[in-house]
Structures are given as C-alpha cells and as structure tokens.
Design a protein around this ligand. Structure first.
Ligand SMILES: *[C@@H]1O[C@H](CO)[C@@H](O)[C@H](O)[C@H]1NC(C)=O
Ligand SMILES: *[C@@H]1O[C@H](CO)[C@@H](O)[C@H](O)[C@H]1NC(C)=O
Ligand SMILES: *[C@@H]1O[C@H](CO)[C@@H](O)[C@H](O)[C@H]1NC(C)=O
Ligand SMILES: *[C@@H]1O[C@H](CO)[C@@H](O)[C@H](O)[C@H]1NC(C)=O
Ligand SMILES: [Zn+2]
Length: 458
C-alpha cells in the first residue's frame, strides 16, 4: 500500500507537475479506486479482529488448532511459554552462600561453572530464569552469637553485614554483565528481559537488618534494595515473626508503633512490603496498613502443609482486588519442610501449594520464591534453578492455561511491583513526607531536644 501511494507523491526528479495535469476523469477513477480500497481495507480489519479474538480465546485454553500451536509434550509446551514469560523468582540466597563458602571473595566465585548448591548461570539459563531477587540476608542476632537484648538495642553488626551482602550481590552482578542486569523498577525488569539479560533485584530479609532505624530503610532503597521482609525468624523492633516450625510467644501482637511507621515509609518510597516470615497478626495488620500491593517473597500454603511459615487461608482470603482486599503475590517456597512431610516434598507437592493459593487468592496472586541456595534440602524434581519448567509442566498437565502460567512465572510479580511504584508516586504527589520516627527505646539520639546547646558536652 505504501508503494501505491508513493507513486502519487511528488518526486525530486522534476516530474511533480504531472499531478497538475490529472484530468477530471482520472480523478473520478482515483476516487472509485479509493472507495474499493476502503471497502477491502475495512473487511480485512474485521477479519483481523475476529482472528485475534479466536486466537486469544483458543490460546487461553491451550487449544491451538493449527501446526504453530503448543507442542503436545507438556515440557516442550511450557518451555515455549517460558521463552516469552520467563521466571521471576522472589527469593534466591546466592549472596549468603558466597559469604559462607567464599568469605565474599567474588573473584573466587565462578558462576559459569557448577556452583556448590542450586544456582549458577548455565542452570539459570536452562531453567528459563528472567529475573530474581538476590536476598541480601544476614542472620538474626541470636543465630550468630549476639544477644540483641529485650529491646534489640545491643550492637550486633547487622547493618554492616547487610552492607557487605549488598556489596557482594552488586559485585557479582557486575562481574557478569552479559548475563545480569541491575533492575530497580518493573520497567527495568521488562527491559532486561527484552535484552535477554537476567534482571537482578535485591531484597533485605528481615527488619532486624535495619538497626531499628527507618533512615536505614531509605539508605537501603538508595542502594537498590526493593523489598524488605518485615521479620526473619526473630521478632524485631518493628514486628512479630512466625518463627520456624513452631511459633514463638508474640511480643508486639503484630506490628509495633514503629512497624506501622515503617510500612507507611515503605509505601511512600516504593519499597515492597514482604510478609514472608511474619506472624499471622503481623500479616493481617500489615495488609490493613499498606497503601500499596505487597508480596510474600517465599511462602507456601498452610492448608496444604501446616507450619507457621506458610500462609493460612484466612490471610489468603484478604488478598485480591475487590473491596477490603489488598493486591499481593504469594511466591511459593520450595523448602521441603514447608512443602510436605519428610520425604514427601516433590514437584507435585509444590504444585499443590501453587494450586491452593490460586484457588483461595486467585491465579493472579501466586508466584515463585524458591529459596534456592538458602535451603539444605530440595524437593524431588525441583533440585535447582534448572528445574522450574518441571513445575510448569506439572501445572500445565493440571489444566493451567498459558496466560495463568505466564502470571505465575512473573506477570503477577510485575503487576504488584508496578502497583507499588504507582502508589509511591501518588503518595509523594499528595505531599507525604519522610518518616522521622525514632525507635522509642533509643536514648542515643535527640538527647538535647529539651535542653540547650553547649559545646563542652559534645
Ligand atoms: C580471592 O580469590 C582469588 C581467586 O581464588 C584468590 O587468588 C585471592 O587470593 C582471594 N583473595 C583473598 C583476599 O582471599
Ligand atoms: C544485651 O542487653 C541486655 C539488656 O536488654 C543485657 O542484659 C545484656 O547483658 C546485653 N548483652 C550483651 C552481650 O551485651
Ligand atoms: C469492607 O469493610 C467494611 C468495614 O469493615 C464493611 O462495612 C464492608 O461490609 C466490607 N465489605 C465487604 C465486601 O466485605
Ligand atoms: C507421604 O506420601 C504418601 C504417598 O502419597 C502418603 O501415603 C503418606 O501418608 C505421606 N506421609 C505423610 C506423613 O503425610
Ligand atoms: Zn527466608
């Protein structure tokens, strides 16, 4: 069509005047031809739209009636799906492995050859991974020999060690520029995917890593961290934890006053609130407080396997887009002790968790947060990052449609992250100010608030 038109346009070789000589009859001919073209064009448009509708409808039901459709073999079919909708994993523990095995010496780490646990570049590629959150986790104080004290005031190097883990994640990402690309926004993830890179984000796994300070939250954000888990396995100054296999006695009965301020500030700056590891009371209160969508970066379903670390149905029911519900994505954890009885954790059992969360919260609210490199054992059939397609094949066999599988692999996380970005922009436009709340138990800051300045006391 553009060729036809080009003939009518003036050219630079001195024959422009031809147009002026077009006769009346020629104009009429042109008009008739244009009408015919218009009719043909609109018919083609209608056909095209009908085609798209049929294509999408059948596609959604995985029923491709022609040769270009999905292969019959479930694994081949999901590999095709994952090529265009790669996995975004909410929780990978590679940095802590590098701390423990290599003392954070990045030059000693070769991600191009087999790594000791579950993650290296060849296996990430085989598993169709398009993005993941690098957990910049450090242990609760008690787990590394510190007594934080009843008020969490004793020094325990948690902020230094977190900075070291942010450093090691950044250096590893930089070491492989052809593979990894830093992502700070949902758009950055999409851009990295388009370039065939693995988008790399960071998540801080527990507010014990904040040194009781909301200022530290802001600084982690400026270093590129995009989620903070409200607790790890210990209570902290902000919120109560669910513990490990048994729940500890509550301390705040959910969020503390400082925890409420923390969530507001996370919403304002666009730091995702992560509710994995939190007590049920913390999770419920956080869902009420938050003005942005939230995540569970690595948590499974309690109705399928009854441990405190898994999300109960009465919390899953609070997730959604309807009235009194909060948009969220629960990213299923593969740790065998959260999945099933000893010896029973399999790819099918993990699929049961995905199915259950999809049933209660909706297929738009489930994702994957394997916990690879942070777990000693793995489910049968999901041994490392190369195996995600096995889980997708299992769900495909159970009737999951291609667009739901694409949501599970990463679409749902992208929506939630974008939602948090939009919420932050809105709060800032409405004039929300930085939170200056100081932990009430601290006595080292603002000592002169009521007094006079005198330099000899400095
Ligand atoms: C870090 O690892 C490299 C490679 O193994 C080694 O040559 C170097 O000595 C290590 N550096 C330190 C400070 O241990
Ligand atoms: C930590 O703080 C508590 C008070 O909460 C104190 O009794 C304890 O001795 C402190 N422990 C250390 C190792 O400083
Ligand atoms: C939402 O919550 C409000 C206040 O608790 C309640 O009045 C209302 O009925 C709830 N709506 C739904 C759909 O549950
Ligand atoms: C483990 O799985 C088997 C086979 O499905 C089942 O019979 C058994 O009860 C399971 N064990 C536990 C402790 O749930
Ligand atoms: Zn964890």
């Amino acid at each position: 069509m553009s060729n036809e038109r080009d003939h009518l346009l003036p050219t630079s070789n001195g024959r422009n005047h031809v147009r002026d000589d077009i006769s009346q009859e020629a104009r009429a001919r042109e008009l008739r031809a244009a009408k015919v073209r218009a009719v043909v064009h609109s018919s083609l448009t209608v056909l095209f739209v009908v085609g798209v509708v049929v294509f999408v409808f059948l596609g959604l039901n995985n029923q491709w009636p022609w040769g270009g459709g999905l292969p019959k073999d479930p694994l081949k079919a999901v590999l095709r799906i994952l090529d265009s909708a790669p996995v975004i994993d909410g929780h990978i523990d590679l940095p802590i492995l590098v701390r423990e095995f290599y003392a954070n010496n990045v030059s000693a780490v070769d991600l191009t050859s087999p790594m000791p646990a579950h993650v290296d570049i060849p296996r990430l590629r085989e598993g169709k991974v398009g993005a993941f959150f690098w957990s910049v986790y450090v242990s609760c104080p008690e787990d590394v020999g510190y007594d934080a004290g009843d008020d969490f005031l004793n020094a325990s190097w948690r902020v230094r060690d977190t900075l070291e883990q942010i450093d090691v994640a950044q250096l590893l990402i930089e070491k492989y520029p052809d593979t990894f690309q830093v992502a700070l926004t949902s758009q950055d993830i999409k851009n990295a995917l388009t370039e065939g890179k693995i988008a790399s984000l960071m998540g801080v796994e527990g507010a014990h890593q904040l040194g009781n300070s909301i200022a530290v939250l802001r600084q982690y954000y400026s270093l590129g961290v995009r989620y903070v888990t409200l607790t790890h396995m210990c209570h902290n100054a902000f919120a109560d934890s669910c513990g490990f296999l048994k729940s500890p006695k509550p301390l705040h009965n959910g969020l503390s006053e400082l925890g409420v301020a923390l969530i507001s500030e996370m919403n304002r700056i666009g730091m995702l609130v992560d509710l994995s590891h939190t007590s049920d009371a913390t999770a419920k209160q956080a869902l009420k407080q938050t003005k942005a969508p939230v995540i569970w970066s690595h948590s499974s379903a309690r109705a399928v396997w009854d441990v405190p670390r898994n999300v109960p149905d009465d919390v899953l029911e609070l997730i959604g887009t309807g009235e009194n519900k909060t948009d969220a994505v629960v990213m299923v954890n593969f740790a065998p002790y959260f999945v099933a009885a000893a010896g029973n954790a399999t790819v099918q059992a993990v699929a049961d968790h995905v199915d259950h969360i999809a049933k209660v919260a909706g297929k738009n609210h489930v994702g994957l947060g394997s916990d690879f490199d942070g777990i000693g054992e793995v489910p049968r059939g999901l041994e490392d990052v190369s195996k995600y397609p096995q889980l997708f094949a299992e769900l495909y066999k159970r009737g999951w449609a291609r667009h739901d599988l694409a949501g599970l692999s990463g679409g749902n996380l992208l929506r939630v992250m974008e939602g948090a970005e939009v919420a932050a922009r809105k709060l800032q436009q409405e004039g929300a100010q930085p939170a200056y709340d100081i932990y009430k138990k601290r006595t080292d800051i603002g000592k002169k608030r009521e007094g006079r300045w005198s330099t000899e006391e400095l």
